[in-house]
Design a protein around this ligand. Structure first.
Ligand SMILES: *[C@@H]1O[C@H](CO)[C@@H](O)[C@H](O)[C@H]1NC(C)=O
Length: 309
């Protein structure tokens, strides 16, 4: 069933790719009023010259969760291993190296896999919204440069619905037609909320009572500022940013609450059922292995697992 999930994941990534790098989906062409104040803001250059360039945003959104979740899971695993009683540690040794590292690797892969899936899903939601609405960004008329004389805008306030009225750079115009919702706002809030919930739910160490909310709220604040910056740089309207926040936040909550169940999972070393603690030795190690393999399969496929139980 792991293959099935890989197929879904590959499909999601491909859809995101088609939205992002090809013109498979035509943007809806929206009309505008001559000299509409909402669309005549200055154009501060391509996305790369923004205060938060896409490259930096994507690197942070992909790198920080990968590093933080891997590091936290490793530390949690080590702490639990050190604090486990001898009895449990013996069993670990009986089970061998493969199954000893297994819970750590599995949890890390699961949390990061679900994170990546949600990230691509957010990207698809946002791109679909942008393509379907074709909402114009605040600097649209600045890059569109319509010939107002030819369009007859002198006499009355006219609504221009014809296509191909723009004389400006085609790529800039196309970019300016994709405003609602804001992608930067959506993916930054998604990443921040997923991480904040991860920190809050999985770190249980003493002395982190205040550190956890500080770190979580700090991440949320960075995401909030990323969204605000879009409005400050006249790249998005308020409504775009708020819609982006809602989409990213909703997908993060859905992923955490419904898919990874608040990062509960199984206790790292609690793979061995307590009733088996009476017996020991390599003779009974065989059924234990089977048991953990079974659980492994079940955890790889949470949907079927939930249906069975
Ligand atoms: C705008 O259109 C008018 C009338 O068709 C034409 O005379 C003028 O040269 C055009 N201006 C530009 C900048 O293309």
């Amino acid at each position: 069933m792991l293959y099935f999930q890989l197929v879904i994941m590959a499909g999601t990534v491909m859809l995101a790719y088609y939205f992002e790098y090809t013109d498979t989906f035509n943007v809806h062409i929206q009309g505008f009023f001559c000299h509409d104040n909402a669309y005549t803001k200055p154009y501060l250059g391509p996305e790369e010259s923004s205060a938060i360039p896409p490259v930096v945003l994507y690197a942070v959104v992909a790198g920080v969760p990968a590093l933080l979740i891997t590091a936290t899971e490793s530390v949690l695993f080590l702490l639990q291993y050190v604090s486990e009683d001898l009895d449990n540690r013996e069993k670990i040794i009986v089970m061998g190296d493969c199954c000893y590292l297994n819970p750590l690797v599995r949890r890390t892969f699961r949390f990061l896999g679900v994170y990546a899936f949600g990230l691509f899903a957010t990207d698809i939601f946002v791109n679909a919204g942008q393509v379907v609405t074709g909402n114009l960004s605040p600097y649209f008329l600045t890059v569109c440069k319509p010939n107002y004389t030819a369009l007859g805008c002198q006499q009355v306030v006219r609504f221009i619905h014809q296509q191909d009225v723009c004389t400006g750079n085609e790529d800039d115009v196309l970019q300016a037609r994709k405003s609602f919702p804001s992608k930067d706002a959506a993916i930054s809030v998604y990443a921040a909320l997923y991480l904040a919930m991860y920190i809050t739910c999985s770190v249980k160490a003493k002395g982190t009572k205040l550190a956890k909310p500080v770190l979580s709220l700090g991440l949320m604040c960075l995401a909030f500022l990323t969204g605000i910056n879009r409005v400050v740089e006249y790249r998005n309207h308020w409504a775009d940013v708020i819609a982006g926040f809602i989409i990213g936040g909703a997908i993060a909550i859905f992923m955490v609450v419904c898919v990874v169940k608040n990062f509960k999972g199984k206790p790292l070393l609690g793979e061995i059922p307590p009733e088996e603690s009476v017996s020991s030795g390599p003779v009974i190690s065989q059924p234990r292995m089977e048991h953990s393999v079974e659980k492994y399969m079940a955890s790889q496929n949470p949907i079927t697992y939930a249906e069975i139980t």
